[in-house]
Ligand binder design. Structure first.
Ligand SMILES: O=C(O)CCC(=O)C(=O)O
Length: 170
């Protein structure tokens, strides 16, 4: 994808197939509910952990934190999303309460797309995208988190993502 905006980093093979397998088994037992995001209801189903990662996600949370050189406990919010085939997420920036946003992808791949926000005229209006491979991780912070929107194109098969977010210091 190149460096279109500072603050996006991508790590393929962040976890092993065995780790993915055991995360998927634990995720399969979670009580998913339909996500409602602003004006539309996504077909995405989610489980939100408002007060930090549940026990089964703590090792993953800490590994992401180590990669990003921040304390694991700084990830105060965790989210597991389920994308059944054909499910995506429309253009948005994450809620302003959050600062660093890290995601780990499981099962099917998905295309994550980016566009400047607010929209700009000229070539920078061009959308950019990256294929999020299973077992990969990404982080959004700084420019890409605040000056760009992102979306997830409808997936071709069942995908899960695990998102960890730090709170914005005010
Ligand atoms: O599924 C992902 O990796 C991204 C999800 C997303 O954009 C969000 O939860 O705000």
């Amino acid at each position: 994808m190149g460096s279109f905006a500072s603050g996006f980093e991508y790590q393929p093979d962040f976890i092993t197939p065995a780790e993915e397998h055991s995360l998927l088994a634990a995720i399969g037992r979670l009580p998913f509910t339909n996500a409602h995001y602003r004006e539309y209801t996504a077909k995405r189903r989610i489980v939100v952990f408002e007060s930090g990662a549940p026990q089964f996600l703590v090792p993953l949370r800490d590994r992401v934190a180590e990669w990003l050189r921040i304390p694991g406990q700084d990830f105060r919010h965790a989210l597991v999303s389920e994308y059944r085939s054909g499910t995506g997420v429309g253009w948005h920036r994450d809620m302003p309460d959050f600062a660093v946003i890290a995601g780990v992808s499981l099962a099917a791949p998905a295309r994550m797309r980016f566009r400047p926000y607010p929209p700009r005229e000229g070539p920078s209006r061009e959308r950019l995208g990256i294929e999020l491979e299973p077992r990969s991780a990404y982080v959004m912070r700084n420019d890409v988190r605040w000056q760009w929107q992102h979306s997830i194109a409808p997936t071709g098969a069942l995908r899960y993502s695990i998102t960890f977010r730090t709170l914005l210091e005010r």
